[in-house]
Design a protein. Structure first.
Lengths: 118, 118
């Protein structure tokens, strides 16, 4: 007989934010504040963070959280930001992170998918 | 008439590495070398990196690459590592990164999924 299946270790959400505010996507400090605020609003714990401004434009950023991670890559020329959120805590709600980022980036449309990990 | 669809900006792979070498998953420097080597073997360009050792065990790490990012979270107690690779370059082959990590982490089984972004 097989052992009972283990519950997933975590959940991974991929968020595509379309029709965003272009000026915000181009500004590393705005993008950085958006991610850190989203983690805090959802009750996450920031362990480390790193944001990189690309030339001629675009920002890549990562927040390592005690619950796993949140990353962003922005394409201001497409008004687009790709975000992924991986958590191994049942208490950090992905919907709260999404809602916070929609407001902060001025997103007009979001595509999302959610995946079990582990 | 609708405008023609834009091609995806990037591809995002989620890799679940099971039945890994437990000692390797517990060692930050081994995990760090595994990710950096995997990026280099696939021809990626490292922009920044950050690896964090959790207590009592487990490593979280992120490599920001010019082509986007590679992250890892390890659970030595489950012989498991969750990896995600996001690239906006057609030349960086996800299969090469996966193969390199399988060797470096001693993974016995891999589950993968691949998603268009943007």
């Amino acid at each position: 007989m097989d052992a009972p299946a283990m519950p997933p270790l975590g959940f991974h959400s991929l968020f595509d934010f379309h029709a965003c505010d272009v000026a915000r996507l181009a500004d590393r400090e705005v993008v950085r504040a958006a991610l850190l605020d989203a983690v805090r609003e959802a009750g996450g714990t920031v362990v480390a963070e790193m944001f990189h401004q690309f030339e001629p434009h675009g920002v890549s950023g990562v927040v390592v959280i005690a619950e796993s991670h949140l990353t962003v890559h922005t394409w201001p020329e497409r008004a687009f930001a790709a975000v992924d959120l991986f958590t191994c805590s049942p208490t950090l709600e992905h919907g709260r992170v999404e809602a916070s980022l929609v407001r902060a980036l001025g997103a007009g449309r979001v595509e999302r998918s959610r995946h079990e990990r582990g």
